[in-house]
Design a protein around this ligand. Structure first.
Ligand SMILES: [Zn+2]
Length: 271
């Protein structure tokens, strides 16, 4: 049983800040307590309107969070969602390096339901390009990782029925070493989208693109998918090579707040 006298007193002392009241098994009971707090139906939180409260997902069920707003005039209301700019390092292969994606996520920590943030603007440099993303530290102490944030945002879009964008375009890099082979693969994929890397390497070899064929074979052998490696993956690999990004570059997906360290620790080869 929750001791609401103790919980309310704690929240009153931290007036203006969100504090966790308790965790409940089911959403119904948590939601009912949150309503009771707001309406003053639970005596400890009277008068009605002295507290704001909500129920949110917690690792162990549903957490109820409340904040005392009694006598506080300039308090901003808690938004349902946050719009954040997040670095997206793509798949482990890191096609295209990093790009900043703006996504919508819950305003609450996904572990305990506590409020996320506040957001701060973070500038960093990658591949000689200045980038801006958002950082935040959750008061509850649960760190958010960018990769997990992106997954959450994707899940929200899936639930909302937003169609997923198509994969990266297969197009030779202008002036690149493998421009012609990549465009050839792109053409081949139009009629045979499931073509494998080895099959396309053979075709390229027959056409005289021996080096591209060799690079693809080496890539397919070292790739985790091995023999199953697709021609599309091979083309993306050739594009990466032409863009001067060593494919062995494994991008650590660091915790938010440590991005600068991750970048600083990445040895050379980022030109
Ligand atoms: Zn948390």
């Amino acid at each position: 049983m929750t001791n609401h006298n103790v919980a309310a007193e704690k929240a009153r002392q931290a007036a203006g800040a969100w504090t966790m009241i308790s965790v409940y098994r089911g959403f119904q009971s948590g939601d009912s307590v949150a309503r009771g707090i707001r309406a003053g139906r639970i005596v400890a939180y009277r008068p009605a309107g002295a507290f704001e409260a909500y129920a949110a997902m917690h690792d162990d069920g549903t957490a109820v969070w409340a904040r005392c707003v009694d006598g506080i005039l300039d308090i901003s209301s808690m938004p349902q969602t946050l719009t954040v700019r997040v670095p997206d390092y793509g798949t482990p292969r890191g096609y295209g390096g990093v790009r900043i994606t703006t996504v919508e996520i819950s305003s609450k920590c996904q572990r305990c339901g506590g409020p996320r943030g506040p957001l701060t603007v973070h500038h960093f440099v990658k591949d000689d390009t200045r980038l801006v993303c958002d950082r935040w530290v959750n008061a509850c102490g649960h760190p958010d990782e960018y990769s997990v944030v992106l997954t959450e945002a994707q899940r929200r879009m899936d639930l909302a029925g937003v169609p997923r964008p198509k994969g990266p375009e297969i197009k030779g890099v202008e002036g690149g070493q493998f421009t012609v082979p990549v465009d050839f693969i792109a053409l081949a994929l139009k009629t045979k989208p499931w073509m494998r890397a080895r099959a396309v390497a053979k075709l390229l070899e027959d056409l005289g693109h021996v080096q591209a064929a060799e690079v693809i074979c080496t890539f397919a052998e070292s790739n985790v998918t091995g023999y199953q490696t697709s021609a599309k993956a091979a083309a993306l690999y050739l594009i990466e090579r032409d863009m001067g990004r060593p494919a062995s570059e494994a991008w650590a997906d660091g915790q938010i707040g440590y991005e600068a360290d991750v970048i600083a620790e990445t040895p050379g080869g980022e030109k």
